[in-house]
Design a protein around this ligand. Structure first.
Ligand SMILES: Cc1cc2nc3c(=O)[nH]c(=O)nc-3n(C[C@H](O)[C@H](O)[C@H](O)COP(=O)(O)OP(=O)(O)OC[C@H]3O[C@@H](n4cnc5c(N)ncnc54)[C@H](O)[C@@H]3O)c2cc1C
Length: 456
């Protein structure tokens, strides 16, 4: 077996950033990636016309690590597409303009809630009641002790009406707010509240508008960044290496791949989502809350149907092109390019509704989604064409789009799940503390690299 100082498992942003930092600090590093493609959840499609982004696309203005790497590697940025335009509402089979919502007969919410569109209600309550004045307050012992309750319980606690809670549940696409820890959502909110500071918001704005501080995108697609990071590692990234076992002793670690090859190192970084790590045999075995986290942490999916807009259906019915729905498709999202063109859209579905779509064979899924969109919004009939489909739950290596916690799991998992275990360290967006999205993956790669540099 080849020997290096550190083997990093997984060539997503977290693994690549860890490997680059270690290499920049004089370590010999090998990165093992199961797929033939670099980047994980950074994935610019090469199959679908227009090269849409299956994963990360929007880069926040405060993503210091991402922006820094882009600059250092010559990866060019451009202004992000606008995905935050107003969303129409399709509820109980009726099509409603966001401006009509407050006084609409289907709006059964009460008091100040009435002015908040259904898909913004969850974040409206979270932003209003976020109990801490720090970004990582959600991770404090006090938070773990008192707030690791279901989102439904939390919303009741802060006075949301049952009609509002029902709408929030429909918005998540899985309908089960009892299964989501409120702290999962507060983790996002902690960051968003501070990132959005200074941007005036009002309850009349939807979630997307409230978060619509300007963003960047990568010219040529997000994969340009992860490809450039891998290139900078000069041959240290090996693809087609699906890790199946990590064996550690007092003096070193051996990492074995499905193709029979093995790699020796002093230390190992797992930059795998827990959905993937749970399939790897680790010796000595993980224990306690850490073992439970790897085995049980839930990941939600996301189903995408990419569409060409053949004619402006929004001009026919005079309603916003994007639409939130309580039907079998979570949302129709139109992205408005910086030049104002609106010729593509994506139907995105998450939660159990996404799982239901996953069960429809890929060839039929797109047409099914088109027929459901036409039922909810007749003006789309004949004006949309399927370009391709993709599902993160069906991705054979990642098995999901993002991690979450059931009530009680944050308390059980957080204290130990990212702690070093023997010679193994943990990175990946699920182990993040302060950041969100791509920046969170970078943050965790940095932490794991620094932990190892401290030990050498
Ligand atoms: C639909 C979607 C939209 C998003 N949009 C945005 C956005 O607009 N802005 C933003 O900032 N963030 C966004 N994100 C979040 C961002 O993409 C992630 O936070 C980040 O890419 C996660 O990186 P990671 O390195 O933690 O994990 P991953 O990217 O999942 O990397 C894990 C890697 O491990 C590999 N692997 C799995 N099993 C094995 C094995 N046994 N052996 C070796 N390798 C293995 C995988 O193939 C993968 O390459 C989005 C994510 C999704 C899914």
């Amino acid at each position: 077996a080849e020997k290096t100082d550190v083997v990093v498992i997984g060539a997503g942003l977290a693994g690549l950033n860890a490997a680059l930092l270690l290499a920049e600090n004089g370590c010999r590093v090998t990165v093992l990636e199961a797929g033939r493609r670099i980047g994980g959840r950074v994935f610019t499609s090469t199959e679908i016309e227009g090269s849409p982004e299956h994963g990360a696309s929007q880069i926040g203005r405060s993503y210091a690590r991402v922006l820094d790497r882009c600059e250092a590697l010559g990866v060019k940025l451009a202004q992000g597409s606008n995905i935050y335009d107003n969303y129409a509402i399709s509820l109980d089979g009726q099509l409603i303009r966001p401006g009509q919502w407050e006084n609409h007969p289907l709006n059964k919410t009460v008091g100040a809630e009435r002015g908040v569109v259904p898909f913004a209600l969850g974040s409206y309550y979270l932003a209003k009641t976020y109990p801490w004045n720090t970004m990582d307050g959600w991770a404090s012992p006090e938070a773990l002790a008192n707030y690791d309750v279901s989102e439904a319980d939390y919303l009741r606690r802060v006075g949301a009406s049952s009609a509002a809670i029902d709408l929030v549940a429909r918005g998540y696409g899985d309908g089960d707010l009892d299964a989501i820890s409120a702290l999962t959502l507060m983790q996002e909110m902690g960051r968003a509240k501070f990132e959005g500071k200074g941007v005036p918001t009002s309850a009349k704005q939807d979630r997307f508008q409230q978060a619509s501080f300007l963003s960047y995108r990568i010219l040529g697609g997000s994969s340009r960044l992860t490809d450039a990071m891998a290139d900078a590692l000069k041959g240290a990234v090996l693809t087609g290496k699906q890790v199946t076992a990590i064996d550690m002793t007092e003096t070193g670690a051996t990492v074995t791949c499905g193709d029979g090859s093995s790699y020796k190192a002093d230390y190992v970084i797992s930059a795998l989502p827990f959905t993937a790590l749970r399939k790897v045999a680790v010796t000595p075995a993980l224990t306690g809350g850490q073992a439970d986290a790897v085995k049980l942490m839930p990941y939600s999916g996301q189903n995408q149907v990419w569409l060409r807009v053949k004619a402006p259906y929004w001009e026919q019915d005079g309603i916003e092109g994007s639409m939130w729905t309580d039907g079998p498709v979570s949302m129709l999202r139109q992205s408005i390019a910086p030049d104002g063109s609106r010729d593509s859209a994506v139907a995105i579905t998450s939660g159990v509704k996404g799982d239901a779509l996953d069960r429809i064979p890929a060839k039929e899924r797109g047409e099914y989604v088109l027929s459901e969109l036409a039922r909810m919004r007749p003006s789309t009939k004949g004006k949309l064409e399927v370009l391709g489909v993709f599902s993160w739950k069906l991705d054979p290596l990642i098995h999901g789009c993002r991690h979450g916690y059931h009530p009680g799991q944050m308390k059980a998992f957080r204290p130990t799940m990212a702690q070093p275990h023997a010679r193994m360290h943990f990175a990946g967006e699920h182990t993040r503390l302060m950041e969100v999205g791509m920046e969170s993956a970078m943050e965790t790669g940095e932490r794991a690299a620094l932990e190892i540099l401290d030990r050498i």
